[in-house]
Ligand binder design. Structure first.
Ligand code: SF4
Length: 458
């Protein structure tokens, strides 16, 4: 049995009830903003359909578009590197750093570098990496992973941030004023930008037709880093490729609205070629993506544009927090991507869902998220990665459901016990009861009720 299952970690998170309520409500507010922005565009469903079709087309033609991208980018003076896995990705980046004898690096938000554990790798080699996205910097100070792909510190309150900044930036103790705290972060990061010689960023979209790429941020930190540093390394999973520049219009409109309800991300920066004296490198990473592409039921999870709309709407994510998913990408899409990377270690994740389908409804590129979660459950059971207690109880239920007489008898006994000795069910050993009121047991089963009522209507 896994030591850090989603349910165990969620138990830790929900122990703080006010924080859980606040986390739930805050993310629901983001979901509502997304709804308002989406409903404000009459062509929203058409955009989703286009987004989905462009991505479907790219999925079937990755090799063509990646090759085209490499040719065009190289012709523009960008250096392309290919990494089969996380280890290779980290090694390539370290080699570039070593070649330039660089010690200080700024990095903007990139979930791929989280997936590859780049910070830990570089820190072990004696390189200082400073995350420049405000939320990422906060969690970096606290030595925590991000809990959300768009809002990395959403699990923290301003009081937590104030205490963290007091410890690391020497701000006034107890001063929780967001403007004061943001200004302190701004001054701190400004120096880091100036001192740094190398900037690492992610890539939101790579365009095969032009060899250029686009990075979307709300803080402009990717631009600050790459404009001041002599070397810019952009890291991209190969699924970020899109065929044409014209397709950007679809995705930029979908991304910002789905993520935060904004009509456009504050900075959607286009990179085409290095300026004079600068180097741009792009590391294109597989790390299990081609395996996922080969899994028929899960391949279209590679369409994801990392907007996090599925996180914000998910009743399980909102009330269990991102750290309960124990992986770099949490939420419903993380529960589909991570079992592909390590099925045994992440076998619990597809079960962290009510399968209500809300994730599928909001996904801007129409990924059938809840159906894939359900499919993963079947695959994980087939591969024998569910824990023994679940296996035994499921076998027991299957036996019960396939023997009607036994089922009716058990139901009768259970109703009698619940009515006569309610404490046998309503006690602290019953995990279901811990969080809920148990309903009063009915006197008869639905089958009996139906039979009696059917008779009465004759
Ligand atoms: S799966 Fe869809 S909703 Fe979830 S992050 Fe990806 S694009 Fe957004």
């Amino acid at each position: 049995m896994m030591e850090t299952t989603h349910s165990k970690l969620a138990e830790k998170f929900i122990a703080d009830e006010p924080r859980t309520d606040w986390h739930d409500e805050t993310l629901w507010l983001v979901r509502e903003k997304r709804d308002k922005a989406a409903h404000g565009l009459p062509e929203w469903e058409q955009l989703r359909e286009w987004g989905s079709q462009i991505k479907n087309h790219s999925l079937s033609n990755f090799s063509v578009y990646l090759k085209e991208f490499e040719e065009k980018a190289t012709a523009n003076g960008i250096q392309i590197h290919w990494a089969a896995n996380a280890e290779e990705h980290n090694q390539i980046i370290h080699k570039i750093i070593e070649k330039h004898k660089i010690q200080k690096i700024v990095k903007s938000k990139s979930m791929l570098t989280e997936e590859c554990h780049l910070n830990e790798y570089l820190e072990k080699k004696g390189v200082e990496v400073v995350d420049t996205d405000l939320g990422e910097r906060i969690v970096q100070f606290r030595k925590e992973p991000p809990s959300h792909i768009v809002l990395p510190a959403i699990h923290l309150k301003k009081q937590d941030v104030s205490e963290t900044f007091h410890q690391h930036l020497n701000t006034e103790k107890g001063n929780n004023d967001p403007q004061y705290l943001t200004e302190a972060a701004r001054q701190h990061l400004r120096n880091k930008f100036i001192e740094s010689d190398l900037s690492i960023t992610g890539v939101n979209f790579a365009i095969a037709e032009t060899g250029g790429f686009v990075i979307c941020t709300n803080e402009g930190n990717a631009d600050m880093g790459s404009h001041t540093a002599a070397v810019h390394i952009a890291c991209m999973g190969f699924e970020k490729i899109i065929p044409k520049a014209a397709h950007l219009a679809v995705f930029l409109r979908l991304l910002a609205r789905s993520a935060t309800g904004q009509p456009i991300t504050t900075y959607s920066s286009h990179f085409q070629k290095p300026r004079k004296g600068q180097e741009i490198h792009i590391v294109i990473v597989d790390n299990g993506r081609s395996r996922q592409l080969g899994r028929e039921d899960f391949r279209n999870s590679l369409k994801c544009i990392r907007c996090a709309a599925c996180f914000n709407t998910c009743p399980v994510y909102r009330r269990s927090g991102g750290h309960s998913y124990h992986t770099s990408t949490a939420g419903p899409i993380g529960s589909i991507l991570n079992p592909n990377l390590d099925m045994k270690a992440n076998a619990d994740l597809p079960f962290a869902s009510t399968l209500c389908g809300s994730c599928t409804n909001v996904c801007p590129v129409k990924i059938n998220i809840h159906e894939q979660l359900w499919k993963w459950r079947q695959e994980i059971v087939k591969q024998g990665y569910v824990d023994t207690s679940k296996k035994i109880s499921m076998k027991g239920m299957a036996f019960l459901f396939s023997h009607p007489l036994l089922y009716r008898f058990t139901g009768k006994m259970a109703r009698w016990i619940m009515c006569t000795f309610p404490f046998m069910v309503n006690n602290k050993l019953n995990v279901w009861y811990k969080q809920r009121e148990m309903p009063k047991a009915p006197k008869e089963s639905f089958t009996d009720w139906y039979k009696n009522n059917k008779k009465n209507t004759k």
